[in-house]
Design a binder for this molecule. Sequence first.
Ligand code: 76R
Length: 248
Amino acid sequence: MSEAAQTLEGWYALHDFRLIDWTLWKAADDATRREAREELASFLAEYQQVEDNKKGSTATYSIVGQKADFVFMHLRESLEELNALENAFNKSIFASFTVPVYSYVSIVELSSYMSKPGEDPMQNPEIVARLYPTLPKAKHICFYPMNKRREGNDNWYMLDMESRKGMMRSHGMIGRSYAGKVKQIITGSVGLDDWEWGVTLFADDALQFKKLVYEMRFDEVSARYGEFGDFYVGNRLDQALFNDLLRI
Ligand code: 76R
């Protein structure tokens, strides 16, 4: 058996993608729409408070294209909290104008491929900050799930540790060349959802998503072993922009 990579886990993550039923929303009377918006605003304020208290983080983005209209990406301390959050939202008036279209359950993950031997990672504030991140207020988000291939001669999980480390080093070097342009949050989902990882990228310039993902396609770990699900890309929705989106 090959040696499993050690992983560190932080907050649990829920990516909750929704469509808005515009026909229903437009048909609703003004009072219902107002109530729905006020309730939504109080949810967003509550999420902000959790973030201010460093008990989690929530990012809200509109999604471009027909796969969804918006996404909540929630990070919280437990699966129970994530479940409570989605249930509370589902009971809201605004939620009755939305249709859930995709969700992803995972946990913030750092793997040990690049870690320094002998160091206690939890004593390193940079690592702790990456496990419990406040999601960036970047203009754009890009999310997609992925696997590492397990087929024939291309089986990531049969490779020895040294080969995997070498490939992950090369992967990390490409990633680092995008420092300051793209922020990545890798969430692990083996045993939690249908794919092995969720990749969430944040950037102020959406073109950098294309540049980074394209460059990585030529790197062995992605070229040979990467399998990818659907991509979702979007624009940041703060309270005011969410309000604009819902204006009829
Ligand atoms: O954590 C670190 O910074 C160390 C280096 C590193 C690891 C261990 C790293 C760096 N990644 C790691 C792990 Mn990554 N990453 C992806 C994708 O589209 C594709 O081809 C792949 C999707 C992107 C775009 C990306 C970006 N990374 C992983 C893992 C877990 C693998 C495992 O455990 O087997 C996956 C699935 C994955 C996928 N990676 C970086 C980036 C970027 C931008 C960096 C640099 C981060 C930085 O230095 O701040």
